[in-house]
Design a protein around this ligand. Structure first.
Ligand code: LLP
Length: 437
């Protein structure tokens, strides 16, 4: 087990206080780019990519954080990409990914990997057009996609996303397995789906299972056996298996990183048994989203009001659930630190609830599942201080919205002590573009 190092305040400062992100002054970032602001630390992303080097392919689930600069970092680390929409295919291509796999096996003798894979439970009309135009590999989550693809891309090879009949996530809303989930092809339907693929002239070259997001290794470990059973039904056409994503990251104090070497060993053994059975090499993929970017990202927001409601004290900041939706959606916990505007010591801490600017009671960052307002011990804050909401680099900006006609925040990348804007803040004009009176 590796101890969590990303939560809480920066080394050397007082608990709950933080003045820098990756060596750059938080006050300077707020001054230069305004708030609320997403900031990503490039080194943390690289470190997380390298943690997973044992896998043949790391395929980034870009839905977690699809800024082009982030895609550029993971691409240069040799990480491939998953796309769930026309927009994500477009982003991948603009970030420098080729739509096509190399024709020949690599020096490792493994079958070539597709740089971009479209994984979804439907083709909308746009995405089918784009997949066909670029020849993108498809991971089918519903059997109806087979005939739709075959008609437009005869003879294509496909991957099947299988729902193994069980799932688990950090929230019921992120559980993607079992009867309660719309995702994947039901495991008992595989023989029928294989007949449909054969009839349509498509080759099933891979299998994929993703049981949920932010789950734990105990649940994830059950997937290897389930996938192996389905792989045996599919047979020798298989050249790739994917363990999906879902790797947990530590958000709360005391949580630690999971031991990933044991997880790889389990999947590697599964792959080797299948290689033995089929008599050829099989590529082993992992499809993390959160793991690669969550810890790299922070939201810098400014305290704009401090008030009491009865016995409870509230800090109201300029970020809301339009900026970071995870607390209102799932009751998710994000660590927070205060960056005072002045050099005061701020020795005292107090219990506060932290909320945003939106006209909605649920606009609270310190809430538990079900919408109950909780409090957090934070150094005593004043209007004008900055609050850093941490571990916000996955499902943060990508789930931000224009609710209350608030502009999407800017995004900044910090790399080797330098910082640059990688997405501009929206303007009032952006908010009405395309509308008419
Ligand atoms: N593969 C597939 C097919 C997925 O649907 C997902 C996530 C992933 C991989 C990556 O999962 P990860 O490694 O990030 O756990 N908005 C929620 C998470 C929704 C995840 C959707 N699918 C949150 O903020 O927690």
């Amino acid at each position: 087990m590796i101890a969590s190092s990303a939560t809480g305040s920066a080394a050397g400062s007082k608990p709950g206080l933080r003045r820098e992100i990756a060596g750059v002054s938080i006050a300077d970032l707020a001054e230069q780019y305004g708030t609320p602001l997403y900031v990503y630390d490039a080194d943390t992303i690289r470190r997380r990519c390298r943690d997973l080097a044992a896998w043949d392919t790391i395929r980034f689930a870009q839905k977690a954080c699809s800024n082009l600069a982030v895609l550029g970092i993971v691409r240069r680390e040799g990480v491939l990409v998953d796309a769930v929409s026309t927009g994500e295919i477009h982003r991948a291509i603009v970030a420098g990914y080729s739509p096509h796999a190399p024709r020949e096996p690599g020096p490792d003798g493994l079958p070539p990997a597709h740089p971009i894979v479209y994984t979804a439970d439907i083709f909308d009309r746009d995405s089918l057009d784009v997949v066909v135009r670029h020849g993108i590999h498809v991971n089918c989550g519903s059997a109806d996609m087979i005939e739709q693809l075959a008609e437009r891309m005869p003879g294509a090879s496909i991957t099947l996303r299988v729902n193994p009949g069980f799932g688990h996530g950090h929230s019921q809303k992120t559980n993607t397995g079992g009867e309660g989930s719309k995702h994947g092809i039901w495991h008992e339907e595989i023989p029928e789906v294989l007949r449909r693929a054969e009839w349509a002239g498509l080759q099933v070259s891979g299998l994929h299972m993703h049981i949920g997001s932010g789950t734990d290794l105990a649940h994830l470990a059950e997937v290897a056996g389930a996938l192996e059973r389905v792989a045996i039904e599919v047979g020798r056409s298989l050249t790739m298996i994917s363990a999906g994503g879902g790797l947990p990251v530590p958000y709360k104090p005391g949580e630690v990183h999971a031991d990933l070497s044991g997880y790889f060993t389990l999947w590697d053994a599964t792959r080797k048994r299948l290689e033995e059975r089929f008599g050829h090499r099989i590529r082993l993929e992992l499809e993390p989203g959160r793991y690669l970017t969550a810890e790299s990202g922070s939201v810098i927001t400014e305290v704009r009001a401090v008030k009491r409601q009865g016995d409870r004290k509230y800090l109201l900041v300029d970020a809301g659930f339009n900026t970071l939706a995870r607390p209102v959606l799932y009751g998710s916990y994000h660590p927070m630190s205060l960056c005072p505007r002045d050099d005061d010591a701020r020795n005292a801490t107090e219990e506060v609830a932290v909320g945003g600017p939106l006209c909605e009671s649920g606009d609270i960052f310190t809430q538990t599942d079900g919408g109950f307002v909780a409090t957090r011990p934070l150094p005593v804050a004043a209007v004008g201080d900055l609050l850093v909401i941490e571990i916000a680099g996955a499902y943060g900006f990508v789930m931000a919205s224009n609710y209350n006609s608030k502009p999407l925040p800017a995004e900044v990348l910090v790399d080797a002590g330098a910082h640059r804007l990688v997405r501009s803040r929206q303007t009032p004009e952006d908010l009405v573009r395309g509308e008419c009176v």
